[in-house]
Design a binder for this molecule. Structure first.
Ligand SMILES: NC(=O)c1ccc[n+]([C@@H]2O[C@H](COP(=O)([O-])OP(=O)(O)OC[C@H]3O[C@@H](n4cnc5c(N)ncnc54)[C@H](O)[C@@H]3O)[C@@H](O)[C@H]2O)c1
Ligand SMILES: [Zn+2]
Length: 373
């Protein structure tokens, strides 16, 4: 028998439906959670909640337990974890969640219910995906950033070696429920900083979303919920469809369009010891990459000015002294290394018109930073 006859190869694929439900009351009248849980009955559910959410919704744990009784769900006592980026900077939260999964005897037919901001969702998703090689996860994002972007993501993980998301897995959630009532208790800083991801996805995919954000900037800053909802829903929809339809949900290719502006953002976060929020770092990263796009001759002056002025009207930052840190440029290689293969970055030729580049010299970056500063 020849070697080739000994070799086996058999392609397979796994079908998955990425589901997002929008509600103002996940545990109330329209019962979005019971709806997504119903195909899983009888189910044991372990709620894990960001402490920043609990601080502003102190009766949430009790509400969930009562909901569990009416919905006939075997609901374990909710576990509260530390929220915010610090929860991603070591193993403490991962261990706390794994311990609860172990003590409550969850199995692969149970559900981990993650309620919190993007950082908490990343940690909870990571712990759920490594326990028993994967326990189904339902996410309820509670920040503008997680509702319009990260909650829909298929990535889970924590920071390590001072690098963002160095440890992690691709594992899609069983379902995502955007409950807009949580957004009312965000402070102004977190309310607006998450909107930078909506601006990002508008810049690379949807000029009409950009127009909508631009014409409603002031109302958005003033926290008009109807306006915010429609922008978040459109952004979430664009993120979801990119994941399901662009043909590369697990980022096997070298291009990572949803990370436009992120090569510097991911470096700025540790360089500022996480005093910048992810959303603020993304805003600065967008400002830098549109300035580089202009300097490389892709983007005209007028569009460049229009984009920076939208970020300013949203009270989002476009500069930071950490841009002058010589280590910033290392973010390019870290970005390439994280995804592998050859460096692939998006630049802009116009709003909604991205173009890929594979080289970026440090002098062009330095000049763009000088211009921004
Ligand atoms: N997995 C992905 O695909 C993906 C995509 C984008 C961003 N991210 C990650 O998301 C993180 C940023 O998420 P974020 O912007 O939501 O910030 P965050 O999770 O750090 O939350 C910000 C703060 O708000 C608090 N909070 C959460 N919900 C609240 C509420 N309803 N009311 C009051 N306070 C509340 C939190 O406790 C925290 O202190 C970063 O770590 C980023 O890397 C992940
Ligand atoms: Zn991001």
């Amino acid at each position: 028998m020849s070697d080739s006859q000994n070799n086996l190869s058999s392609p397979f694929s796994v079908e998955w439906t990425h589901q997002l439900l929008n509600t103002d009351s996940a545990f109330g009248a329209n019962d979005a959670l019971a709806q997504v849980c119903s195909p899983l009955y009888p189910v044991k559910l372990l709620p894990i909640i960001d402490d920043g959410v609990i601080e502003h919704h102190p009766s949430l744990a009790e509400t969930i337990q009562q909901w569990g009784m009416t919905a006939s769900v075997n609901c374990c006592p909710p576990v509260i974890i530390k929220g915010g980026e610090q929860s991603k900077n070591n193993f403490a939260c991962v261990e706390q969640i794994l311990e609860a999964i172990h003590n409550d005897h969850l199995c692969r037919k149970s559900v981990v219910l993650a309620i919190g901001g993007g950082a908490a969702l990343d940690v909870i998703g990571f712990a759920a995906s490594i326990a028993h090689r994967g326990i189904p996860l339902i996410r309820i994002p509670t920040t503008t950033l997680s509702a319009c972007d990260s909650g829909l993501g298929v990535k889970n993980g924590i920071n390590y070696f001072g690098k963002k998301n160095f440890l992690g897995v691709f594992d899609p959630p069983y379902a995502v429920i955007n409950d807009y009532s949580f957004l009312t208790t965000l402070n102004d800083r977190h309310w607006i900083s998450g909107m930078s991801e909506a601006v990002k996805v508008a810049l690379i995919k949807d000029d009409s979303l950009f127009d909508t954000i631009e014409s409603n900037a002031e109302t958005l800053v003033n926290r008009n919920m109807d306006v915010a909802k429609s922008i978040i829903m459109r952004s979430a929809d664009l993120h979801l469809h990119h994941i399901t339809e662009a043909g590369d949900p697990f980022e096997k290719n070298e291009s990572r369009p949803l990370d436009f502006g992120h090569w510097s953002a991911h470096k700025l976060e540790p360089l500022t010891e996480f005093t910048l929020t992810h959303g603020e770092a993304v805003s600065i990263g967008l400002a830098l990459d549109v300035t580089i796009s202009k300097r490389l001759g892709f983007l005209d002056e007028h569009t460049h000015r229009r984009i920076l002025s939208l970020l300013h009207s949203l009270n989002l930052p476009t500069t930071h002294e950490a841009l002058l840190n010589p280590e910033l440029i290392g973010g390019l290689e870290e970005f390439r290394e994280h995804i592998g293969g050859k460096l692939t970055l998006l630049m802009l030729e116009g709003i909604g018109k991205p173009i890929e580049i594979h080289e970026l010299d440090s002098e062009t970056v330095r000049q763009a930073i000088d211009e921004l500063m």
